[in-house]
Design a protein around this ligand. Structure first.
Ligand SMILES: NC(=O)c1ccc[n+]([C@@H]2O[C@H](COP(=O)([O-])OP(=O)(O)OC[C@H]3O[C@@H](n4cnc5c(N)ncnc54)[C@H](OP(=O)(O)O)[C@@H]3O)[C@@H](O)[C@H]2O)c1
Length: 436
């Protein structure tokens, strides 16, 4: 019976899950592939550290070359994370004739196009299902099940830490800072949470989804990225009262004019499916011209869920190897020679409805001054809410616009900020309709 000999780089959270899965489900994986998936060696910085697993004959080393350049390894799994040395190690592994599986979204979002063409040049596979939404099998779906569609929209909740924080802020009525502290204590957020809460992690995943969905690899700096640090508990409570939830959405849209790529806090109607995705869960929505909108939901991170997707890629390689049919599915779905470059739309040109929040002096005539600014910018209003009376403190004035451009909204808010009655920098949040 054939064997697929596996070398692992990195023995952290995901690495441990992959090792556990490979060692405990060997028979099941053989029944499904006809191949023995044999973990030969693990290279990690601290091989001596006890991970609480019985490794049997698996060798541990601190020497990464014993994985990427060894003759007795067919597939390298990269679970170190970050750009370097991961990029160099993946390149070296491919050049040494190994297939590569990775969960590294930063690496694929930044260097994916180069790495995939390198893999194609040497006739090896580079797979990365676990890089987007953990256990949720969205890459395979987009590459294979939806391959007959033109996809014009991909959006979703791509970061469980942010979704957990926003959910807790709403349910408990507490601030961002308080929930973040608690999430760190529970291990849901990193000690340095910036990659998650500033939207970078979600943007990496969005770049990968957009590349597969649209057949055009975006430059990472073309993605508009906003995190959730500035979302206040006041915004969350107001959104709630008006029938919305605030979610950090990754949104990729494509039409004849180009593509729109953004990660930002967004108001979504409470009646839609995306609003019901709570806590650490992820969900991805994909709209195809024939399929309509489909939704994929599940755990977006964690040792076992992420290992499930890493090993699914190994299964693909084992099956493809068996029938001598490597590269059956192009890594970004579209064959490399057909990957195109589309114009990316400027943030100012985005069209949509907006939630606006001002802190204003509670005196007669203020509303008229504010609405005069909106009229000058030709922004029409769907709803206005004002609550509370205070002779000394500013009170919130909340407005929801009809469809307008972000250019008009920014211009109106800049003008409003100059008004004597407006006491803080006005805030705005995009509203997205719900497609399912
Ligand atoms: N955690 C998740 O839920 C999750 C979900 C989806 C995708 N991912 C992705 O999966 C990858 C791994 O994440 P993780 O959470 O497992 O990270 P992690 O717990 O920090 O583990 C990283 C591992 O890499 C090892 N390492 C770091 N630098 C190294 C080097 N220069 N040479 C050899 N080994 C090195 C570390 O070694 P020592 O332990 O020996 O110091 C550690 O074992 C990342 O790309 C991440 O974005 C993670």
């Amino acid at each position: 019976m054939k064997e697929l000999r596996i070398g692992l780089l990195g023995f952290g959270v995901v690495g441990r899950g992959v090792v556990d899965l490979l060692l405990t489900q060997t028979a099941l994986l053989r029944e499904r592939t006809g191949v023995t998936l044999r973990l030969v060696r693990i290279a990690t910085r601290t091989p001596q550290r006890d991970r609480g697993l019985d490794l049997g004959a698996v060798e541990l080393t601190a020497d990464v070359d014993r994985v990427v350049a060894a003759d007795d390894i067919d597939v390298v799994i990269e679970l170190i994370g970050g750009l370097e040395p991961a990029r160099s190690l993946v390149l070296k592994a491919l050049q040494q004739g190994k297939h590569v599986v990775t969960a590294n979204k930063a690496l694929i979002a930044t260097h994916g196009e180069m790495l995939v063409s390198q893999a194609a040049a040497v006739g090896r596979e580079l797979l990365f299902e676990a890089a987007v939404a953990g256990a949720v099998p969205v890459i395979k779906v987009l590459r294979e099940s939806l391959a007959a569609n033109r996809v014009d929209q991909i959006y979703g909740i791509l970061n469980g830490t942010c979704n957990y924080i926003l959910t807790e802020m709403r349910e408990k009525g507490v601030s961002f800072a308080a929930v973040l502290k608690e999430a760190q204590a529970k291990g849901f957020a990193e000690a340095d949470p910036s990659f998650d809460v500033d939207g970078i992690d979600a943007a990496h995943k969005l770049a990968i989804l957009a590349a597969i969905g649209f057949g055009s690899f975006p430059r990472f700096d073309q993605i508009h990225i906003e995190g959730i640090r500035h979302v206040s508990d006041v915004d969350i409570q107001w959104a709630n009262e008006m029938g919305y939830r605030i979610k950090l959405l990754g949104i990729a849209k494509q039409d004849a004019g180009g593509v729109e790529l953004r990660v930002q806090p967004t108001l979504v109607p409470v009646t839609g499916m995306v609003a019901s995705v709570e806590g650490v869960f992820n969900a991805v929505f994909i709209r195809g011209d024939f399929s309509g909108t489909t939704m994929y939901y599940g755990r977006g991170a964690g040792e076992r869920p992420t290992a499930s997707s890493v090993v699914a890629d190994l299964v693909d390689i084992a099956r493809n190897n068996r029938v001598d049919n490597l590269q059956r599915v192009a890594s970004f779905s579209t064959l490399p020679e057909y990957l195109a470059t589309y114009p990316v739309r400027e943030t100012d040109d985005w069209q949509g409805e907006y939630y606006l929040r001002l802190a204003v002096a509670d005196r007669p005539g203020v509303l008229a001054e504010v609405t005069a600014v909106l009229a000058r910018q030709q922004i029409s209003i769907d709803a206005i809410h004002q609550k509370g009376r205070s002779a000394v403190e500013a009170v919130p004035l909340i407005m929801v616009t009809h469809a307008t451009t972000e250019r008009q909204v920014r211009a109106a808010l800049a003008e409003m900020e100059q008004l004597d009655a407006v006491r803080e920098t006005p805030r705005f949040i995009r509203i997205e309709p719900s497609f399912i």
